[in-house]
Design a protein around this ligand. Sequence first.
Ligand code: PMP
Length: 304
Amino acid sequence: MIEFGWEVMEYFDKNAWVYLDGQFVKAEAASTDLFGQSVHYGFSAIEGIRAYNTHNGTRLFRAEQHYERLRRSCEEVGIGFRWETDVLVDKTYELLERNNLRSAYIRPLVTSGPNMYLTPASNSSIVITAWEWGPFLGTDLIRTTLSPYRRPSPYSVPMAAKVAGQYVASILATTEATKRGFDEAILLDHEGYVAQASSNNLFIEKGTTLYTPAAGHIFPGITRQAVIELAGIFNIDVVEKQLTPDELKAADSAFLTGTATGIVGIAAVDEVTFPETWSDTLGATIQRAYKNLTLEKENYEVII
Ligand code: PMP
């Protein structure tokens, strides 16, 4: 047996509920089809949503956008999706209530039924799970490394689809990076440009401008979009373009964005430490504004 030594987290206990195909059931009683395509071929679509404990109560951040993305992910690869976004949002709030969760990470998953031929199955299933989860990469600045693994090619899998099979590359990259003592891997795209981290988007700061790899060769995150919107409010220029590894290493600072992570600053890429003190960066300003946005502090421009 191979021993990895990773920390094992319990995602549910005997009291936990999940939402499964229109019904709330106990997590320990829920199951999936062992002959389904999701188990055999990684043919399923996922989402990751956060709920925040705000002064307006528990609030999902951009839940409609996440469920619409789940619909598009399924449509792009041919997994049947027959659920309404507003119903899924309502059921997610109910799920949080049933599980007594005020802030949480929510993982909707659409699985594809049995069909060993390599065409979509005729049935699919949705499950929504939720658990309490701190920031995915912690709150300290992280140390990253350029991964020998690359993002899947857009000619193989639609880039904007959050399809489970794509995460094999993410798992390999993260495992390799953490074994070498880094916190996170940064992956190049199939053409050798900097794409993103295993499950986060990347921004770099150079001078007074933020740069982020352009859509097309990356997974275009909802947090990335929120960062671009916030930068607009602050009159910070954001340029979406292909970035070389040398451009990344010549940055003044850099940060990662994602639902599970929020915004986290990067201390270094391999041997190169970014020169700007994090608290002085545009990224730190956006980080505070993003926190206020998710907590529904409407005057977030004033608060920071
Ligand atoms: N890239 C990948 C591969 C992801 O899985 C995610 C989401 N975990 C992101 C980027 C960030 O996307 P979002 O901001 O929508 O969470």
